[in-house]
Design a protein around this ligand. Structure first.
Ligand SMILES: NC(=O)c1ccc[n+]([C@@H]2O[C@H](COP(=O)([O-])OP(=O)(O)OC[C@H]3O[C@@H](n4cnc5c(N)ncnc54)[C@H](OP(=O)(O)O)[C@@H]3O)[C@@H](O)[C@H]2O)c1
Length: 290
């Protein structure tokens, strides 16, 4: 992007966003997603989904939306201290008339991955959809990324995502869906995200290979890559100034909302998305057009 364009975008954002950033942060975990569908519209009835990292935010939105279409949901959450949030996600799933089961743990550990998939089979008898949503972020110049931070990014963004895809390849039903949550940084040249974007980049390649390997069973594998979304995950790394900059990357001059991202996952989970596989789909309000 040219310097002039940056200046222009910065100027128009400065007036519209200054007062809204704190409100955006406060509201990030409570953006309403689902509305009720009639029984005949519940195309995922009888199907079962795992949503990783679903205690709140995007994962919660995905879980609630798939439940709206009738899927039973395994609500995975990471830290035991967030169980009450995961229970709230489960309640929202149940409010849609679907069943929910909770599972906790670090998905960089094979044992947690096995337990998560066992939870789907033992509680609901099958697995049809995996939403690989769990992820971790650090925003720092490459030269300052610590060994611990790099290990943490690799652990979930690369290893945990791959382990869940591998287990899905073993256990998911024919015509299943694997939906990975990437980042628009995979197509950008944003500084200070090397560890985050670098460790997320593996999923794009594995998506293509997985789509080939599993396609003859009708299973689709895709990565969706959001731009900046108004959740604490994003705000934890940003200042008001960088938030303004990120907001103005989208043509609408605002951050993405959970409700902007959920419909794409919803669509990819439905039977009508069958012809879309092996793709990285950019969902960022026009910030990137790759
Ligand atoms: N917000 C954005 O701007 C944005 C933009 C593009 C893509 N994304 C992607 O969207 C996904 C969801 O992000 P979000 O904004 O909704 O934030 P979020 O709620 O913090 O989601 C990340 C989830 O991953 C879990 N997690 C982290 N490390 C884990 C591990 N080792 N094992 C299992 N789970 C782990 C976190 O649990 P704990 O909090 O308990 O650690 C959390 O529930 C992430 O993959 C992120 O990369 C976000």
């Amino acid at each position: 992007m040219s310097t002039n364009r940056r200046k222009f975008l910065g100027a128009i954002g400065a007036t519209s966003l200054v007062g809204s950033i704190a409100t955006q942060q406060a509201n990030a975990q409570s953006q309403p997603i689902a509305t009720t569908l009639s029984n005949s519209e519940r195309e995922l009835a009888g199907k079962v989904a795992i949503v990783t990292g679903a205690r709140a935010n995007l994962g919660r939105g995905f879980a609630e939306a798939l439940a709206k279409h009738g899927a039973d949901i395994v609500v995975h959450y990471h830290r035991e201290s967030t169980r009450d949030q995961a229970e709230e996600t489960a309640s929202l799933v149940e409010a849609q008339g679907a069943r929910a089961a909770l599972v906790q743990g670090d998905l960089g550990q094979v044992e947690t991955v096995m337990r998560t998939f066992d939870t789907a089979i033992e509680n609901f008898g099958r697995l049809d959809i995996l939403v690989n949503n769990a992820g971790a972020i650090v925003k720092k110049p490459m030269a300052e990324v610590t060994d611990e931070e790099l290990d943490r990014m690799i652990n979930i963004n690369t290893k945990g995502t791959f382990l869940c895809m591998r287990e899905a390849a073993r256990r998911i039903s024919d015509n299943g869906r694997i939906i990975n949550i990437g980042t628009s940084l995979l197509a950008g040249m944003a500084p200070n995200y090397s560890a985050y974007a670098g460790t997320k980049s593996t999923m794009e390649e594995v998506t293509r290979m997985g789509a080939r390997e599993l396609g003859e069973r009708g299973i689709t594998v895709n990565t969706i890559s959001p731009g900046p979304v108004d959740t604490p995950f994003f705000h934890s790394q940003e200042t008001p100034e960088t938030t303004r900059f990120a907001s103005n990357l989208a043509v609408a001059g605002r951050l993405g909302k959970i409700s902007d991202i959920v419909p794409l996952v919803e669509f990819l989970a439905l039977p009508s998305s069958q012809w879309i596989t092996g793709q990285t789909i950019w969902i960022n309000g026009g910030y990137l057009t790759r």
